[in-house]
Design a protein around this ligand. Sequence first.
Ligand SMILES: *Cc1c(COP(=O)(O)O)cnc(C)c1O
Length: 410
Amino acid sequence: MQRFETAREAALALRPDRPVYGFRPSVLDADARAFLSAFRGRTAYAVKTNGEPFVLERLAKAGVDAFDVASPAEFAAARAASADAALFYMHPVKAQSDVRLALEGYGIRSLALDHEDEVAKILRIVRAQDIAPGDVTLFVRLATKGHAAYELSKKFGAAPAHAVELLQRIDRIGFRAGVTFHVGSQVEDLAAYERALGTADWVRGRSGVELAALDIGGGFPARYGQDPRRPSPPAPEVGDLVRRIESEIDAWGLGDLPLIAEPGRVIVARCLSVIVRVLLKKGQRLYINDGIWSSLSDSWTGKITLPARLIPDPARKRGARASDRLTPFRVMGATCDSVDILSRPFWLPEGVDVGDWIEIGHIGAYSLALRTRFNGFYPDEFVEVATPFEAEEGAEGFASLEPRGGVAAG
Ligand SMILES: *Cc1c(COP(=O)(O)O)cnc(C)c1O
Protein backbone atom coordinates (compact mmCIF):
# COMPACT_ATOMS: atom_id res chain seq x y z
CA MET A 1 0.00 0.00 0.00
CA GLN A 2 1.25 3.45 -0.89
CA ARG A 3 1.61 5.54 2.24
CA PHE A 4 0.54 9.17 2.75
CA GLU A 5 0.59 11.53 5.69
CA THR A 6 -3.01 12.62 5.05
CA ALA A 7 -5.95 11.59 2.90
CA ARG A 8 -5.81 15.02 1.30
CA GLU A 9 -2.26 14.33 0.14
CA ALA A 10 -3.35 10.98 -1.24
CA ALA A 11 -6.23 12.55 -3.18
CA LEU A 12 -4.11 15.36 -4.60
CA ALA A 13 -1.24 13.06 -5.55
CA LEU A 14 -3.32 10.29 -7.11
CA ARG A 15 -6.24 12.42 -8.36
CA PRO A 16 -8.32 9.23 -8.26
CA ASP A 17 -11.39 8.95 -10.45
CA ARG A 18 -12.34 5.71 -8.75
CA PRO A 19 -12.93 5.32 -5.02
CA VAL A 20 -9.77 4.79 -2.99
CA TYR A 21 -9.80 3.44 0.55
CA GLY A 22 -7.70 5.12 3.19
CA PHE A 23 -6.47 2.58 5.75
CA ARG A 24 -5.22 3.99 9.04
CA PRO A 25 -3.29 1.24 10.81
CA SER A 26 -2.42 3.34 13.83
CA VAL A 27 -6.12 4.01 14.43
CA LEU A 28 -6.86 0.28 14.15
CA ASP A 29 -4.11 -0.46 16.67
CA ALA A 30 -5.47 2.14 19.07
CA ASP A 31 -9.07 0.96 18.84
CA ALA A 32 -8.11 -2.71 19.19
CA ARG A 33 -5.92 -1.99 22.21
CA ALA A 34 -8.62 0.16 23.77
CA PHE A 35 -11.02 -2.76 23.73
CA LEU A 36 -8.44 -5.33 24.80
CA SER A 37 -7.42 -3.26 27.78
CA ALA A 38 -10.99 -2.35 28.76
CA PHE A 39 -12.40 -5.87 28.73
CA ARG A 40 -11.26 -8.29 31.39
CA GLY A 41 -12.34 -11.40 29.46
CA ARG A 42 -11.18 -12.80 26.15
CA THR A 43 -11.67 -10.68 23.03
CA ALA A 44 -12.71 -12.65 19.93
CA TYR A 45 -12.85 -10.19 17.01
CA ALA A 46 -15.89 -10.83 14.78
CA VAL A 47 -14.35 -11.50 11.38
CA LYS A 48 -17.52 -10.76 9.40
CA THR A 49 -17.22 -7.06 10.27
CA ASN A 50 -14.08 -6.72 8.16
CA GLY A 51 -12.19 -9.84 7.16
CA GLU A 52 -9.54 -8.29 4.91
CA PRO A 53 -6.17 -10.00 5.46
CA PHE A 54 -4.39 -6.69 6.20
CA VAL A 55 -6.93 -5.93 8.92
CA LEU A 56 -6.77 -9.38 10.53
CA GLU A 57 -2.97 -9.41 10.45
CA ARG A 58 -2.79 -6.00 12.05
CA LEU A 59 -5.25 -7.05 14.75
CA ALA A 60 -3.20 -10.15 15.51
CA LYS A 61 -0.10 -7.93 15.87
CA ALA A 62 -2.03 -5.59 18.17
CA GLY A 63 -2.70 -8.53 20.49
CA VAL A 64 -6.02 -9.99 19.34
CA ASP A 65 -5.61 -13.74 19.92
CA ALA A 66 -9.15 -15.01 19.25
CA PHE A 67 -11.60 -14.65 16.39
CA ASP A 68 -15.35 -15.17 16.04
CA VAL A 69 -15.77 -17.00 12.73
CA ALA A 70 -18.85 -18.22 10.86
CA SER A 71 -17.73 -19.97 7.65
CA PRO A 72 -14.84 -21.92 6.13
CA ALA A 73 -13.58 -18.77 4.42
CA GLU A 74 -13.50 -17.01 7.79
CA PHE A 75 -11.72 -19.97 9.44
CA ALA A 76 -9.05 -19.72 6.76
CA ALA A 77 -8.74 -15.92 6.94
CA ALA A 78 -8.38 -15.93 10.71
CA ARG A 79 -5.91 -18.82 10.64
CA ALA A 80 -3.84 -17.12 7.93
CA ALA A 81 -3.58 -14.00 10.09
CA SER A 82 -2.59 -15.92 13.20
CA ALA A 83 -1.39 -19.51 13.38
CA ASP A 84 -2.34 -19.98 17.02
CA ALA A 85 -5.34 -17.73 17.63
CA ALA A 86 -8.40 -19.41 19.14
CA LEU A 87 -11.34 -19.69 16.77
CA PHE A 88 -14.92 -19.51 18.06
CA TYR A 89 -17.43 -20.86 15.56
CA MET A 90 -20.44 -18.84 16.66
CA HIS A 91 -22.85 -19.28 13.76
CA PRO A 92 -25.87 -21.00 15.31
CA VAL A 93 -26.87 -22.85 12.10
CA LYS A 94 -24.06 -24.69 10.36
CA ALA A 95 -23.61 -27.02 7.41
CA GLN A 96 -22.53 -30.50 8.46
CA SER A 97 -19.46 -30.36 6.23
CA ASP A 98 -18.47 -27.02 7.77
CA VAL A 99 -18.73 -28.47 11.29
CA ARG A 100 -16.51 -31.35 10.21
CA LEU A 101 -13.96 -28.95 8.75
CA ALA A 102 -14.06 -26.77 11.88
CA LEU A 103 -13.45 -29.67 14.26
CA GLU A 104 -11.05 -31.68 12.15
CA GLY A 105 -9.30 -29.17 9.91
CA TYR A 106 -9.08 -26.20 12.27
CA GLY A 107 -9.24 -27.79 15.71
CA ILE A 108 -12.14 -25.53 16.69
CA ARG A 109 -13.61 -26.55 20.03
CA SER A 110 -16.14 -23.76 20.70
CA LEU A 111 -19.40 -23.66 18.75
CA ALA A 112 -22.76 -21.92 19.17
CA LEU A 113 -26.26 -23.26 18.56
CA ASP A 114 -29.88 -22.55 19.41
CA HIS A 115 -31.61 -25.87 18.62
CA GLU A 116 -31.39 -29.54 19.65
CA ASP A 117 -30.95 -30.74 16.06
CA GLU A 118 -27.74 -28.75 15.92
CA VAL A 119 -26.56 -30.55 19.08
CA ALA A 120 -27.25 -33.87 17.33
CA LYS A 121 -25.45 -32.71 14.18
CA ILE A 122 -22.33 -31.76 16.14
CA LEU A 123 -22.48 -34.90 18.28
CA ARG A 124 -22.48 -37.16 15.19
CA ILE A 125 -19.31 -35.54 13.92
CA VAL A 126 -17.65 -35.48 17.34
CA ARG A 127 -18.29 -39.24 17.66
CA ALA A 128 -17.15 -39.97 14.11
CA GLN A 129 -13.92 -38.09 14.72
CA ASP A 130 -13.42 -39.69 18.13
CA ILE A 131 -13.21 -36.33 19.90
CA ALA A 132 -13.99 -36.28 23.62
CA PRO A 133 -17.20 -34.23 24.14
CA GLY A 134 -15.60 -32.79 27.26
CA ASP A 135 -13.09 -30.99 25.03
CA VAL A 136 -15.88 -29.18 23.20
CA THR A 137 -17.81 -26.19 24.52
CA LEU A 138 -21.28 -25.69 23.05
CA PHE A 139 -22.65 -22.20 23.61
CA VAL A 140 -26.41 -21.85 23.71
CA ARG A 141 -27.38 -18.65 21.95
CA LEU A 142 -30.11 -16.80 23.83
CA ALA A 143 -32.78 -14.77 22.12
CA THR A 144 -32.64 -11.14 23.20
CA LYS A 145 -34.76 -8.06 22.76
CA GLY A 146 -33.21 -4.65 22.50
CA HIS A 147 -32.96 -1.39 20.69
CA ALA A 148 -29.88 -1.91 18.59
CA ALA A 149 -29.46 0.04 15.40
CA TYR A 150 -29.47 -3.43 13.87
CA GLU A 151 -31.67 -6.08 15.44
CA LEU A 152 -30.30 -9.60 15.07
CA SER A 153 -32.46 -11.70 17.38
CA LYS A 154 -35.23 -12.08 14.84
CA LYS A 155 -33.21 -14.82 13.30
CA PHE A 156 -31.27 -16.58 16.03
CA GLY A 157 -31.61 -17.43 19.66
CA ALA A 158 -33.46 -19.84 21.94
CA ALA A 159 -36.17 -18.58 24.27
CA PRO A 160 -35.21 -18.93 27.95
CA ALA A 161 -37.07 -22.18 28.71
CA HIS A 162 -35.75 -23.75 25.52
CA ALA A 163 -32.23 -22.62 26.40
CA VAL A 164 -32.56 -24.40 29.76
CA GLU A 165 -33.41 -27.66 27.98
CA LEU A 166 -30.54 -27.23 25.56
CA LEU A 167 -28.03 -26.63 28.36
CA GLN A 168 -29.21 -29.75 30.19
CA ARG A 169 -29.01 -31.81 27.01
CA ILE A 170 -25.49 -30.55 26.26
CA ASP A 171 -24.44 -31.28 29.83
CA ARG A 172 -25.94 -34.81 29.82
CA ILE A 173 -23.97 -35.72 26.71
CA GLY A 174 -20.79 -34.56 28.38
CA PHE A 175 -20.05 -31.43 26.38
CA ARG A 176 -19.00 -28.33 28.23
CA ALA A 177 -21.85 -25.81 28.23
CA GLY A 178 -21.69 -22.07 27.65
CA VAL A 179 -24.17 -19.28 27.20
CA THR A 180 -23.98 -16.58 24.56
CA PHE A 181 -26.06 -13.74 23.18
CA HIS A 182 -25.61 -11.01 20.63
CA VAL A 183 -27.73 -7.97 21.27
CA GLY A 184 -27.38 -6.38 17.81
CA SER A 185 -25.00 -3.86 16.36
CA GLN A 186 -24.22 -0.28 17.35
CA VAL A 187 -26.02 -0.75 20.65
CA GLU A 188 -25.86 2.50 22.59
CA ASP A 189 -28.28 1.40 25.26
CA LEU A 190 -26.82 -0.50 28.20
CA ALA A 191 -30.29 -1.88 28.95
CA ALA A 192 -29.98 -4.29 26.02
CA TYR A 193 -26.99 -5.95 27.72
CA GLU A 194 -28.69 -5.79 31.13
CA ARG A 195 -31.74 -7.66 29.84
CA ALA A 196 -29.61 -10.29 28.11
CA LEU A 197 -27.54 -10.79 31.27
CA GLY A 198 -30.71 -11.16 33.30
CA THR A 199 -31.86 -13.88 30.91
CA ALA A 200 -28.45 -15.57 31.09
CA ASP A 201 -28.66 -15.59 34.87
CA TRP A 202 -32.19 -17.02 34.86
CA VAL A 203 -31.25 -19.73 32.37
CA ARG A 204 -28.14 -20.65 34.33
CA GLY A 205 -30.08 -20.91 37.59
CA ARG A 206 -32.95 -22.92 36.12
CA SER A 207 -30.71 -25.34 34.27
CA GLY A 208 -28.55 -26.20 37.25
CA VAL A 209 -25.77 -26.78 34.74
CA GLU A 210 -22.25 -25.72 35.56
CA LEU A 211 -21.27 -23.24 32.86
CA ALA A 212 -17.84 -23.17 31.27
CA ALA A 213 -18.11 -19.63 29.88
CA LEU A 214 -20.29 -16.63 29.17
CA ASP A 215 -19.94 -14.95 25.77
CA ILE A 216 -21.54 -11.51 25.63
CA GLY A 217 -21.34 -11.18 21.82
CA GLY A 218 -20.69 -7.91 20.04
CA GLY A 219 -22.73 -4.78 19.44
CA PHE A 220 -20.47 -2.24 21.15
CA PRO A 221 -21.02 1.12 19.49
CA ALA A 222 -18.35 2.79 17.38
CA ARG A 223 -17.90 6.54 17.24
CA TYR A 224 -19.21 8.10 14.08
CA GLY A 225 -19.73 11.70 13.00
CA GLN A 226 -21.44 14.34 15.03
CA ASP A 227 -24.27 16.47 13.72
CA PRO A 228 -23.74 19.77 15.55
CA ARG A 229 -27.39 20.69 15.11
CA ARG A 230 -28.42 17.57 16.98
CA PRO A 231 -26.64 17.56 20.28
CA SER A 232 -27.41 13.90 20.95
CA PRO A 233 -24.72 12.51 23.20
CA PRO A 234 -21.91 10.79 21.34
CA ALA A 235 -21.62 7.02 21.68
CA PRO A 236 -20.17 6.15 25.08
CA GLU A 237 -16.42 5.59 25.30
CA VAL A 238 -15.74 1.90 24.90
CA GLY A 239 -13.97 1.76 28.27
CA ASP A 240 -16.99 3.25 30.05
CA LEU A 241 -19.47 0.95 28.39
CA VAL A 242 -17.40 -2.17 28.99
CA ARG A 243 -16.95 -1.24 32.67
CA ARG A 244 -20.70 -0.77 33.03
CA ILE A 245 -21.40 -4.10 31.34
CA GLU A 246 -18.85 -5.82 33.57
CA SER A 247 -20.45 -4.39 36.69
CA GLU A 248 -23.81 -5.70 35.43
CA ILE A 249 -22.19 -9.09 34.94
CA ASP A 250 -20.98 -8.98 38.52
CA ALA A 251 -24.32 -7.70 39.80
CA TRP A 252 -26.05 -10.72 38.22
CA GLY A 253 -23.54 -13.02 39.90
CA LEU A 254 -22.10 -14.08 36.57
CA GLY A 255 -18.67 -12.61 37.25
CA ASP A 256 -17.20 -15.95 38.27
CA LEU A 257 -17.50 -17.26 34.69
CA PRO A 258 -14.74 -16.95 32.10
CA LEU A 259 -15.91 -14.15 29.81
CA ILE A 260 -15.69 -13.72 26.06
CA ALA A 261 -16.75 -10.77 23.89
CA GLU A 262 -17.06 -10.60 20.11
CA PRO A 263 -16.56 -6.95 19.17
CA GLY A 264 -16.58 -6.02 15.50
CA ARG A 265 -17.66 -2.52 14.62
CA VAL A 266 -16.13 -0.80 17.66
CA ILE A 267 -12.68 -2.08 16.67
CA VAL A 268 -12.62 -1.50 12.91
CA ALA A 269 -15.08 1.31 12.09
CA ARG A 270 -12.60 4.17 12.37
CA CYS A 271 -9.64 2.56 10.60
CA LEU A 272 -10.96 2.95 7.07
CA SER A 273 -12.31 5.76 4.93
CA VAL A 274 -13.20 6.03 1.29
CA ILE A 275 -12.15 8.92 -0.93
CA VAL A 276 -14.87 9.40 -3.53
CA ARG A 277 -15.11 11.90 -6.37
CA VAL A 278 -17.94 14.20 -7.34
CA LEU A 279 -18.88 13.31 -10.92
CA LEU A 280 -21.73 15.75 -11.36
CA LYS A 281 -23.52 18.43 -9.40
CA LYS A 282 -27.16 19.18 -10.12
CA GLY A 283 -28.25 21.87 -7.70
CA GLN A 284 -28.26 20.24 -4.31
CA ARG A 285 -27.60 16.80 -5.73
CA LEU A 286 -24.13 15.30 -5.90
CA TYR A 287 -23.43 12.28 -8.10
CA ILE A 288 -20.46 10.34 -6.77
CA ASN A 289 -18.48 7.30 -7.91
CA ASP A 290 -19.44 5.07 -4.96
CA GLY A 291 -22.71 4.16 -3.32
CA ILE A 292 -24.80 1.63 -1.47
CA TRP A 293 -23.77 -1.28 -3.72
CA SER A 294 -20.11 -0.51 -3.07
CA SER A 295 -18.73 0.96 0.14
CA LEU A 296 -21.74 2.68 1.63
CA SER A 297 -24.40 0.03 2.20
CA ASP A 298 -24.08 0.24 5.98
CA SER A 299 -24.87 3.94 5.90
CA TRP A 300 -27.84 3.39 3.62
CA THR A 301 -29.90 2.14 6.54
CA GLY A 302 -29.71 5.71 7.82
CA LYS A 303 -28.86 4.64 11.34
CA ILE A 304 -25.36 6.03 11.56
CA THR A 305 -23.95 9.50 11.06
CA LEU A 306 -20.90 9.16 8.84
CA PRO A 307 -18.34 11.94 9.00
CA ALA A 308 -17.26 13.42 5.68
CA ARG A 309 -14.75 16.03 4.57
CA LEU A 310 -14.44 17.91 1.33
CA ILE A 311 -11.10 17.84 -0.50
CA PRO A 312 -11.49 20.56 -3.15
CA ASP A 313 -9.65 20.04 -6.41
CA PRO A 314 -7.06 22.86 -6.47
CA ALA A 315 -6.92 22.58 -10.28
CA ARG A 316 -10.44 23.86 -10.76
CA LYS A 317 -11.63 27.44 -10.55
CA ARG A 318 -13.72 28.12 -7.52
CA GLY A 319 -16.83 30.16 -8.22
CA ALA A 320 -16.88 33.66 -6.78
CA ARG A 321 -19.90 32.75 -4.69
CA ALA A 322 -18.47 29.47 -3.43
CA SER A 323 -18.70 29.43 0.29
CA ASP A 324 -17.62 27.05 2.98
CA ARG A 325 -20.97 27.15 4.72
CA LEU A 326 -22.13 23.58 5.32
CA THR A 327 -25.27 22.80 3.38
CA PRO A 328 -27.10 19.52 2.79
CA PHE A 329 -26.61 17.64 -0.48
CA ARG A 330 -28.48 14.56 -1.57
CA VAL A 331 -25.88 12.01 -2.58
CA MET A 332 -26.54 9.83 -5.62
CA GLY A 333 -24.52 6.61 -5.97
CA ALA A 334 -22.64 5.26 -8.95
CA THR A 335 -25.00 2.59 -10.28
CA CYS A 336 -27.90 2.96 -12.75
CA ASP A 337 -30.80 2.31 -10.39
CA SER A 338 -32.89 4.48 -8.16
CA VAL A 339 -32.15 2.55 -4.96
CA ASP A 340 -28.57 3.81 -4.95
CA ILE A 341 -29.28 7.12 -3.21
CA LEU A 342 -27.91 7.65 0.26
CA SER A 343 -30.67 7.87 2.80
CA ARG A 344 -29.21 10.88 4.55
CA PRO A 345 -28.04 14.10 2.98
CA PHE A 346 -24.37 14.95 3.36
CA TRP A 347 -23.63 18.32 4.88
CA LEU A 348 -20.71 19.74 2.93
CA PRO A 349 -19.30 23.16 2.06
CA GLU A 350 -21.67 24.88 -0.34
CA GLY A 351 -18.88 25.36 -2.88
CA VAL A 352 -18.38 21.62 -3.52
CA ASP A 353 -18.22 20.97 -7.25
CA VAL A 354 -17.46 18.48 -10.01
CA GLY A 355 -13.97 17.03 -9.68
CA ASP A 356 -13.74 17.56 -5.92
CA TRP A 357 -13.15 14.62 -3.63
CA ILE A 358 -15.02 13.76 -0.49
CA GLU A 359 -13.42 11.64 2.16
CA ILE A 360 -16.09 9.64 3.95
CA GLY A 361 -14.72 8.45 7.25
CA HIS A 362 -15.30 5.57 9.64
CA ILE A 363 -16.47 2.99 7.11
CA GLY A 364 -14.24 0.17 8.38
CA ALA A 365 -17.18 -1.96 9.53
CA TYR A 366 -19.49 -3.74 7.11
CA SER A 367 -18.28 -1.92 3.99
CA LEU A 368 -15.56 -3.92 2.24
CA ALA A 369 -17.36 -7.19 2.95
CA LEU A 370 -20.61 -5.89 1.49
CA ARG A 371 -19.23 -4.53 -1.78
CA THR A 372 -20.91 -5.93 -4.87
CA ARG A 373 -19.96 -6.02 -8.55
CA PHE A 374 -23.31 -4.51 -9.49
CA ASN A 375 -23.05 -2.54 -12.73
CA GLY A 376 -19.36 -3.40 -12.97
CA PHE A 377 -18.21 -1.13 -10.16
CA TYR A 378 -15.98 -2.67 -7.51
CA PRO A 379 -13.66 -0.32 -5.64
CA ASP A 380 -10.53 -2.15 -4.55
CA GLU A 381 -7.67 0.34 -4.28
CA PHE A 382 -6.10 1.08 -0.93
CA VAL A 383 -3.63 3.58 0.45
CA GLU A 384 -2.24 3.89 3.94
CA VAL A 385 -2.88 7.14 5.77
CA ALA A 386 -1.01 8.19 8.89
CA THR A 387 -3.21 11.02 10.22
CA PRO A 388 -6.50 10.08 11.90
CA PHE A 389 -9.61 11.29 10.05
CA GLU A 390 -10.51 13.63 12.90
CA ALA A 391 -7.10 15.29 12.74
CA GLU A 392 -7.14 16.10 9.00
CA GLU A 393 -7.57 19.73 8.07
CA GLY A 394 -10.81 21.25 6.82
CA ALA A 395 -14.28 21.46 8.26
CA GLU A 396 -15.85 18.13 9.10
CA GLY A 397 -19.11 17.51 7.28
CA PHE A 398 -21.42 14.66 8.04
CA ALA A 399 -24.34 12.65 6.70
CA SER A 400 -27.30 13.43 8.84
CA LEU A 401 -31.04 13.72 8.88
CA GLU A 402 -32.90 16.31 6.83
CA PRO A 403 -32.89 19.72 8.41
CA ARG A 404 -36.03 20.81 10.15
CA GLY A 405 -35.64 24.55 9.94
CA GLY A 406 -31.92 23.86 10.16
CA VAL A 407 -28.85 25.74 9.10
CA ALA A 408 -29.57 26.13 5.41
CA ALA A 409 -32.36 25.31 3.05
CA GLY A 410 -31.79 22.50 0.54
C1 LIG B 1 -21.92 -9.64 13.72
C2 LIG B 1 -21.64 -10.30 15.00
C3 LIG B 1 -20.75 -9.74 15.93
C4 LIG B 1 -20.10 -8.38 15.74
O1 LIG B 1 -21.06 -7.38 15.93
P1 LIG B 1 -20.62 -5.83 16.05
O2 LIG B 1 -21.92 -5.12 16.20
O3 LIG B 1 -19.92 -5.47 14.81
O4 LIG B 1 -19.78 -5.70 17.27
C5 LIG B 1 -20.48 -10.45 17.08
N1 LIG B 1 -21.07 -11.65 17.32
C6 LIG B 1 -21.95 -12.20 16.45
C7 LIG B 1 -22.55 -13.52 16.78
C8 LIG B 1 -22.26 -11.55 15.28
O5 LIG B 1 -23.14 -12.11 14.44
